[in-house]
Design a protein around this ligand. Structure first.
Ligand code: FAD
Length: 457
């Protein structure tokens, strides 16, 4: 093992590796504060170093786990004692911004929030946005095909990536750094790696497309009496806001009331309403946008779809509304789920889930919220008992999806945690092809082994 660390230090220098007690000081993830265990953690400074590390590991049949900001929710970056961890924490630069084409080249270890802020200083919006923005990395976002708050307008990160540089298991560097929106020249190889959770290659650099920074922003927290009201307001916003609707985050009463208990967030409206919706629109004409937004609010009130609303009067008030949606600490610990299904099936699903949970045990409940315009619900199932009933909760949450054309993972991926359930959403043929691709790109199963799919049946 020391020989392995010596060889890796020849690539990255002595300061480029972390092992022993120093490694144990690092938490396993955002969700798990236990000490990290692995043979060694390596911190390359360039794509060439990533390639050299993989060549060393490939020669020795050494498994490698790739870690970004460790905010992933499905144990995709979990390492074992025999693994080498590769972290891109020293590859954080925005290498270039093309002002004319609105394109940036970013190293994969860059933190999402830093990227958003640095690009905003140059007048650009990078629209990927999620609660983990302060810790997650662009490489991790690409590897998980991250979604978040602005998907209904800008799509998941898959829609924002123009090109990628990836290092394959044997150290080969695959440069696919396309910068154009249009490039129909054979297979779109970058798409293979987006969402592959570190199992097919290590993303080292990313070309992303940028958008002009919005000049106006309207935010409102609405309350509705029924799910039909939630859907009617969504339709009105989508048709009347001329494409500027950027977020439509729905919270069921049980989620909203859990995170607004005393000592957590304070609620600016009654905590008794059945549904709450955080709506945001971003445009380019402050006066006209505000007037239009007001008119739409009047319309949805008059239609009887909305029963209460709060418009923030300052940045601080807006942030406080968003923290109700994003900072769910008060609802934890819980088992976290991230499913998708058509909007028309959501009430059927939530009814089924409630019945199934209470039939299982009277104190069980599923707190529901999510990006409903994307067909995406998050569910926090309690009581949490340190994993003791996790499998039973999985059976209930995924079992209730039967016949509804849903998915067991909307945006978090599969990792280790959901691997057993992949067949609920993917056909045998699809899983076979996934195994074939893994075998082709990583024949000795060294990259993030055991995550997403097992190598063979
Ligand atoms: C508070 C909070 C809110 C969240 N909200 C959302 C949300 O709204 N939408 C959403 O989609 N997710 C959300 N997440 C989940 C998580 O933030 C995303 O999955 C994120 O994209 C993970 O990025 P990361 O850098 O932390 O990756 P990690 O957790 O370190 O790794 C995730 C996976 O990507 C692989 N990986 C990491 N870097 C690379 C690389 N350079 N090349 C190849 N593989 C790599 C890892 O091996 C692992 O399989 C949230 C998480 C938290 C804690």
């Amino acid at each position: 093992m020391d020989d392995l660390i010596d060889r890796l230090q020849q690539v990255v220098g002595q300061n480029g590796t972390v092992s022993g007690p120093d490694l144990a000081e690092r938490a396993v993830s955002y969700w798990d504060s236990s000490p990290t265990e692995a043979k060694v953690l390596v911190r390359p400074k360039s794509t060439q170093e990533v390639s050299d590390i993989l060549r060393v590991c490939h020669e020795r049949g050494q498994a490698v786990v790739i870690q970004g900001g460790l905010t992933g929710v499905v144990e995709g970056a979990l390492a074992g004692t025999d693994d080498v961890i590769l972290s891109l924490e020293k590859m954080t630069a925005i290498e270039s911004v093309d002002l004319m084409d609105g394109v940036a080249v970013i190293q994969a270890g860059a933190i999402l929030q830093t990227v958003q802020e640095q690009l905003a200083e140059q007048g650009f919006l990078f629209p990927l946005d999620l609660g983990a923005r302060g810790s997650c990395t662009i490489g991790g976002n690409v590897a998980t095909n991250a979604g978040g708050m602005n998907v209904l307008r800008f799509g998941m990160i898959r829609n924002l990536v123009l090109g990628l540089e990836v290092v394959l298991a044997d150290g080969t560097v695959l440069s696919s750094m396309n910068q154009m929106l249009k490039n129909n020249t054979g297979y779109d190889l970058k798409q293979l790696f987006i969402g592959s959770e570190g199992t097919l290659g290590i993303v080292t650099r990313v070309v992303v497309k940028l958008f002009p920074l919005p000049k106006s922003r309207q935010t409102v927290l609405l309350a509705t009496e029924s799910f039909d009201g939630v859907v009617n307001v969504l339709k009105t916003m989508q048709s009347d806001l001329a494409g500027t609707l950027s977020a439509y985050e729905v919270m069921w009463n049980n989620y909203f009331s859990s995170v607004t208990v005393e000592g957590a967030h304070s609620s600016p409206v009654s905590r008794e309403y059945p549904y709450y919706v955080l709506v945001e629109a971003e445009g380019a004409d402050p006066d006209a946008d505000e007037q239009r937004f007001q008119k739409i609010l009047e319309k949805v009130f008059e239609a009887g779809d909305v029963i209460d609303a709060v418009i923030p009067k300052s940045r601080a008030e807006r942030d406080a509304l968003w923290s109700i949606r994003e900072d769910f600490e008060a609802a934890l610990p819980a088992y976290l789920y991230d499913i998708s299904l058509p909007i028309r099936s959501m009430t059927t699903y939530v009814d089924r889930l409630e019945k199934a949970l209470t039939a299982w045990r009277s104190d069980a409940s599923g707190l529901v919220f999510g990006h409903i315009a994307d067909g995406n619900l998050h569910i926090f199932v309690t009581p949490f008992d340190d994993g003791f009933h996790h499998e039973r909760c999985n059976e209930i949450v995924y079992g209730c999806l039967a016949g509804l054309n849903g998915s067991i993972s909307a945006e978090h991926g599969i990792g280790l945690e959901k691997k057993k359930w992949l067949g609920n959403t993917r056909s045998e043929g699809e899983i076979k092809l996934m195994r074939g691709l893994k075998g082709l790109l990583d024949p000795t199963n060294l990259l993030n082994p055991g995550k997403v799919i097992d190598r063979a049946n």
